[in-house]
Design a protein around this ligand. Sequence first.
Ligand code: FAD
Length: 488
Amino acid sequence: MQKHIVIIGAGAGGLGSAVRLSAAGHKVTVVEANSYVGGKLTEKKIGNYRFDMGPSVFTLPELIEELTDLAKQDDKFEYIKLDTICNYFYEDGTLLTAFTNKEKFANEVSEKFGETKESVYDQLKFSATAYELTNDIFLNQSLHKLSNFLNLKTAKAILNIGKLKMGKTMNEAHTARFKNKKTIQLFNRFATYTGSDPYQAPALIGIIAHLEHNIGAFAPKGGMHDITMHLFSLSKKLGANYLLNTKVTGIKTENNTVTGVETSNGFIEADIVVSNSDIKNLYTNLLDKKFAPKHILDQQKSLSAVIFYWGIKSQFKNMNLHNILFSENGEEEFKCMFGDKKHYSDPTIYINITSKITPSDAPEGCENWFVMVNVPPNESGKPIEYISEMRKHIIAKINRVLKTDIEPLIELEDVLDPYLIEQRTSSFGGSLYGNASNNKFAAFLRHANYSSKIKNLYFTGGSVHPGGGVPLCLLSAKIVSEMIAEKN
Ligand SMILES: Cc1cc2nc3c(=O)[nH]c(=O)nc-3n(C[C@H](O)[C@H](O)[C@H](O)COP(=O)(O)OP(=O)(O)OC[C@H]3O[C@@H](n4cnc5c(N)ncnc54)[C@H](O)[C@@H]3O)c2cc1C
């Protein structure tokens, strides 16, 4: 039966839900506080440069294709498969190219770091096995329905639990497998794909390497923002209505059942509400505090980031689409961010250059640099004061590692930081991925995709099950729409 469904927020989870619920025949209204859709998945044009402002690593394109097929529209979403995943730079001048081709990658790791090729294959095999055993349990379904655990797949995973290295942290598992700290640092870095700490996160988080190294790394032809525009277009063609510049200020209930939302432009009646807002923000600002599940909301948050967007008046031949300049001391870096809750003076720097594959993103002879370092989430609620200090550390490191003088080449600049991320998306402290995955129970300590206290209230996006990152947000939209279909 057709329902009126209000979606709060047009981030990846909100857009994915809008496509699915409109395709299912519901009347969908998306209420978005910003003047644009996409949330973190947005872009900015500055001068003659274009920058993706948030996500840059793209995996599991089939999740977008599934939405395209479901919508049955003519819109095409075009992307390419990368043959290089990332260029890794170390302080001593070593450059390691992570090729998508497993044999080339294993050769490179063996030649440059002295590892056996078998150890690389074994690591990739572990991530593939762990993904296959856990994917359907932890990612593709609700973790909060008992019936989902009473099936063959779960039984198989439980029988194979030894293979999942549940008792080990990522760093312990990688240290046991590899002898060179450079290899360990390379594989440890996948913890940051969930904004987590490889010295605390379970080895199982290593399944993320499987997505890039075994399945493949991809890039949308027009940049990551194409994902936003594609889903926006599909949902509009299916009839979804978007109210931009409209903030939801409260979710209204009667007898613990949703009746609608109060917004900056008045009340909107709804049969069902799907919130794409950060779950902590939702319980703090949009609902009566008596509903708040304190133990879930108080979980440690994932890392945030400071990003400089630089128009660079030059081209760097040894750089690729994705580049990492590693910290000299990975352990200290994570201790500083998670233990001391401070930014680190020798941070690992990620540089994304989309003009390497889409030349029109920068003027001729130039490159668009997205220069990102992870920092702790901002719990102060106040603007960040360390940006100019951070900029100096970053410039010094880039000059050292890339043997250049970068500052005179920067012809324009913009900055994003944890405070601004929170202001623009409502994500608590500017966390990129909701709760951190720093313990083996993290998956069970994320909020469910539905409210157990308020009927017809559902949740999608990076702060709820199955977690952050564009693919998982799209999976949360799938879980929510399946739950709504089951009940209506
Ligand atoms: C710098 C950066 C780099 C990242 N890198 C990657 C990457 O490489 N790969 C990857 O997969 N992921 C990456 N991520 C994470 C990824 O961007 C997020 O997990 C994902 O985009 C979050 O989507 P979401 O559905 O949670 O919505 P969000 O993007 O958080 O958007 C929520 C939306 O809801 C709106 N909203 C909230 N409250 C209200 C309200 N009360 N009323 C109206 N509207 C409201 C907000 O305005 C916002 O538009 C990165 C994020 C950042 C910031």
